[in-house]
Design a protein around this ligand. Structure first.
Ligand code: FES
Length: 109
């Protein structure tokens, strides 16, 4: 893992994260899941708020820009972190900004 001075954590080269795929990076004591959705990148905590499953193991729906947890099917909007299957309207997981620079993907923490 590489960190720059302005808290940009290098994830990988763009060619190493194909559409519909995800990758996990460690940053600030957390695991962050980075997703490629049709060429746009999104980052959320890699921890399902239901029971802690890694969201990188979930299934990605590029049309809806969502990931569904592999353990009990809670769904998350990757752009907002909102849990879309939770009956309450205000349940979110953490989100992070992603930047692409010189064909490399960075998450900002
Ligand atoms: S741990 Fe993710 S839905 Fe249960």
């Amino acid at each position: 893992m590489e960190t720059t001075s302005n808290n940009m954590i290098k994830v990988c080269k763009t060619s190493e994260l194909p559409h519909g795929q995800s990758k996990c990076v460690q940053a600030s004591g957390k695991e962050i899941a980075v997703f490629n959705i049709k060429g746009k990148y999104f980052a959320i905590d890699n921890l399902c708020i239901h029971a802690g499953a890694p969201l990188t193991d979930g299934s990605v729906d590029e049309e809806k820009c969502q990931v569904t947890c592999g353990w009990h099917a809670w769904g998350y909007d990757l752009s907002t972190g909102k849990c879309v299957t939770h009956p309450k309207q205000d349940v979110f997981t953490g989100t992070y900004s992603v930047k692409v620079q010189n064909d490399e993907v960075f998450v900002i923490v």
